[in-house]
Design a protein. Structure first.
Length: 724
């Protein structure tokens, strides 16, 4: 049904040129159309002239189909202002304006042209469009004025609307109007007086969201144009010999397309809107979904309940639905979205579109603003693209039988029974400490990382679950979030948020990628890691000793914020919680430092040691364990210590950082790194000397989380780390 083109029902003007042959399709400045003369388009489909309607004697100037016996007027110039006698004259006056005068020279109607023409002519085209153009103008489609731009005489700027005739004898505007609402996400809207009556839904690429039947057909082709200059819907008849019209029908409040049937000499109804009850604007109120065939037709979306039981029955649903669980903006990071399918999208008054964002970016943008209630692709072609967001209540949703759209509606965490997950075991991101990590996508477009735990866990199922639930409660912006887990038989999956920019080691140890991370970015990352560690150590309700701090375990989100990953899972494999203490100690298998057995305090120190190493690696762009300096038997830390003592600490710094560095911040970092290490070693060995593992040793197997122990520890008070 393309009754949507109601909006662009062409204007039609037939002019008759006095003194010009009756078959003319143009008049010039010296000519005019009077009673008894007409303009006829070149191929003869349309005619412009004066006419009366029904029993009225009022005279109008307009355009009608010439080839059909039932007089069908498609455009009227003076619909508000009929001429009472036969004195009407249509002419281009000497200053180039198209005017309709009655005999006493009063102006009945005029066409406002965009500029003055030196040689203006008026022409009735085969499309039924009446145009005023300049004969001198090279481009014959550069119109000074055209009736297609003025489908009715309600006209405010670019906001054009089609309106009904009052009745079949009176073409003056009735109360039903139909036009495109120029919001950020435009849609066609039918008004009954000042009340919205029917919406098409926004354009989604192939059609209007609420018009699944608008698709390929033998009668007409259609298109929707939306750019910074103009927004319009347009159709072309495919077979020029088919005669078709679209008309606003005030009798039964609809917009109808008819096709002329020659054999019976009648107009046959092809389609019309509104189609059914559910097309009535906002029948079901906010968050209500209108479903033909359901009883009642209005159903609240999942997660919502009717606002007032009294009014929901029997037939007034206008108060709509409210959330079963309120949304709290403080928890917005825990919100998610439920996917609804087969819908006509909600009213777009408070909608926003960006054609170049993908669904994941769209989700993120929506999630970040509490008043964003829903999102979806703005274009459904080819699997979907672009982003449409809705702010505030979602109004006028209905189920459409075929070709409806997905809509992702914001929900508090408690309403999210997450439907996992389609992911592909080929889509491997890497191998972490306890299994391979894959990339996956949730139904609502959210990207996730899925870790498939290796089977060697000796832990009982219930213990595993308890552990995961505890860890899922760790919430800090510098920790990768565990979204859920999934257990079936031997298979254990952990679901994390996906980090677009992968791990820190892919930047700092890579010559080219390293340049992307200038000093200020590195410093930002250092501070973030420190905050994440502090949270694990002191602020979270569990006390967690991380023990596996290294560049490959620091992941980066799309804005290069660091998030520590891989925390806490190890315990599920070892079960070696330190007993008899109030603090839980969770470590990573294979990275249990020797002091693990000593006590919780020392465990904190061992993370601090790891932090010192990481800091040094970020400063230098070199791997601690891959360090080798010709002629020295020192390891990296020893080398750093020596440079520091010799007053040349900046020689440690990666050359690509030298331009962007803040000297004082950098010195502070070096100092923190060295100070931390030496004091931890001192505490461990009782000898207040050089940092741990000063002498070169066989480096432990570099990055495998399942190897040996990390060799040394150091001390640094966390308050110092936290220096901002
Ligand atoms: C032509 O018509 C326009 C619009 O009514 C009017 O402003 C203008 O004065 C007319 N020109 C002449 C020469 O009458
Ligand atoms: C022409 O322009 C005048 C002044 O802007 C406006 O009042 C009038 O409605 C316009 N007429 C038509 C037919 O567009
Ligand atoms: C166009 O329609 C006419 C009348 O229905 C028909 O005779 C003709 O074959 C059609 N032309 C095409 C190209 O379909
Ligand atoms: C408008 O609708 C009424 C009622 O359905 C119908 O009888 C009439 O023919 C329609 N008018 C036109 C011009 O199609
Ligand atoms: C208007 O009339 C047409 C044709 O008679 C019919 O198909 C349509 O359902 C009617 N619409 C309404 C809103 O009554
Ligand atoms: C639309 O999204 C693209 C890609 O995310 C972004 O570059 C652009 O700035 C966005 N445009 C607006 C107006 O937000
Ligand atoms: C959320 O979006 C609304 C609508 O675009 C805007 O008015 C508001 O300022 C935004 N709020 C925040 C916190 O960005
Ligand atoms: C980080 O990820 C975002 C989003 O995927 C991307 O636009 C950006 O270029 C990445 N940054 C770097 C330094 O690769
Ligand atoms: C109202 C008005 O001005 N009517 C005039 C219309 O033209 C005729 C003929 O020129 C005049 O006689 C009327 O006075």
């Amino acid at each position: 049904m393309d009754v949507y083109s109601c909006i662009f029902l062409g204007a039609n003007f037939l002019l008759f040129l006095s003194g010009v042959s009756s078959a003319a399709d143009t008049i010039t400045q010296s000519q005019s159309i009077i009673e008894g003369s007409t303009l006829i388009s070149r191929e003869g489909g349309f005619e412009l002239g004066f006419f009366s309607l029904g029993s009225s004697t009022n005279r109008y100037l307009g355009i009608w189909y010439r080839n059909i016996p039932v007089k069908t007027v498609v455009w009227v110039a003076n619909r508000r202002n009929p001429i009472e006698d036969s004195s009407g004259v249509l002419m281009i006056n000497s200053t180039g304006n198209l005017v309709l005068l009655s005999q006493n020279t009063s102006v009945v109607w005029l066409a406002n042209s965009t500029k003055e023409a030196s040689s203006p002519i008026l022409q009735l085209l085969d499309s039924g469009n009446l145009v005023l153009r300049d004969r001198e103008e090279g481009n014959s489609e550069n119109y000074l004025w055209q009736s297609f731009d003025h489908p009715s005489d309600i006209l405010t700027g670019l906001d054009r609307r089609l309106s009904t005739w009052k009745n079949w004898d009176d073409p003056s505007p009735g109360e039903l109007t139909w036009g495109i609402e120029l919001t950020n996400n435009p849609e066609a809207v039918m008004w009954k007086g000042s009340e919205k009556y029917f919406r098409s839904g926004p354009w989604n690429g192939p059609r209007y969201s609420g018009a699944p039947e608008l698709r390929y057909n033998p009668v007409f082709e259609f298109n929707f144009v939306n750019n910074e200059n103009e927004v319009y819907y347009v159709y072309h008849l495919i077979n020029k010999s088919i005669i078709s019209k679209i008309i606003m029908n005030q009798t039964n409040y609809s917009c109808e397309r008819y096709i002329w049937i020659d054999a019976t000499s009648t107009w046959s109804l092809y389609s019309s809107v509104p189609r059914d009850n559910c097309d009535d604007y906002n029948l079901c109120g906010a968050y209500g979904n209108c479903i033909i065939g359901e009883s009642p037709v209005c159903q609240c979306l999942k997660g919502f309940q009717s606002k007032s039981q009294e009014t929901w029955n029997p037939k007034d649903w206008s108060q709509g639905c409210v959330r079963i669980t309120q949304l709290s903006c403080q928890d917005k990071d825990k919100h998610g979205f439920i996917k609804f399918v087969g819908l006509k999208l909600p009213e777009t008054t408070n909608s926003w579109v960006n054609e170049s964002m993908n669904l994941e970016e769209c989700r993120t943008k929506c999630l970040n603003n509490c008043s964003c209630m829903a999102y979806t692709n703005s274009n459904i072609r080819g699997g979907g693209s672009g982003c449409a967001l809705w702010y505030g209540d979602l109004i006028d949703i209905r189920q459409v039988s075929l070709g409806g759209q997905n809509l992702y509606v914001r929900m508090p965490a408690s309403e999210l029974g997450r439907n996992l997950v389609l992911f592909n075991f080929n889509n491997k991101l890497g191998e972490g400490g306890f299994g391979a990590v894959y990339k996956g996508t949730l139904e609502d477009g959210q990207e996730i990382a899925v870790k498939r735990l290796s089977e060697s866990s000796g832990q009982g199922l219930n213990e595993f679950k308890t552990e995961v639930i505890l860890i899922a409660k760790l919430q800090h912006r510098n920790l990768v979030r565990l979204l859920g887990c999934c257990i079936q038989g031997e298979e254990k999956l952990l679901i994390y948020e996906y980090m677009t920019n992968k791990s820190l080691d892919t930047f700092i140890f890579d010559q080219a990628r390293g340049k992307v991370l200038d000093w200020s970015k590195r410093f930002h990352i250092i501070c973030g890691v420190a905050r994440g560690l502090l949270y694990l150590h002191e602020d979270s309700r569990l006390r967690i000793i991380y023990r596996d701090l290294k560049a490959s375990n620091v992941l980066l989100d799309s804005e290069m914020n660091p998030k520590i990953s891989e925390f806490g899972i190890a315990r599920t494999f070892r079960g070696d919680q330190t007993q008899g203490k109030t603090n839980r100690v969770i470590g990573t298998y294979g990275y249990m430092a020797p002091e693990y057995a000593i006590n919780g305090l020392f465990s904190v120190k061992s993370d601090v040691f790891g932090f010192g190493i990481l800091l040094m690696e970020m400063l230098s762009g070199k791997k601690n364990r891959a360090y080798y300096h010709p002629g020295e038997s020192l390891n990296f830390i020893g080398h750093a210590w020596n440079l520091w003592r010799e007053g040349r600490p900046l020689e440690l710094v990666d050359t690509c950082l030298r331009d962007s560095c803040s000297l004082s911040e950098m010195l502070r970092c070096i100092q923190i790194s060295l100070a931390g290490m030496s004091s931890v070693v001192m505490m461990l060995s009782g000898e207040p000397k050089e940092p741990g593992f000063f002498a070169r040793k066989n480096p432990p197997d570099a990055d495998s989380s399942s190897s040996k122990h990390q060799s040394s520890t150091n001390e640094l008070t966390l308050t110092l780390l936290e220096a901002r």
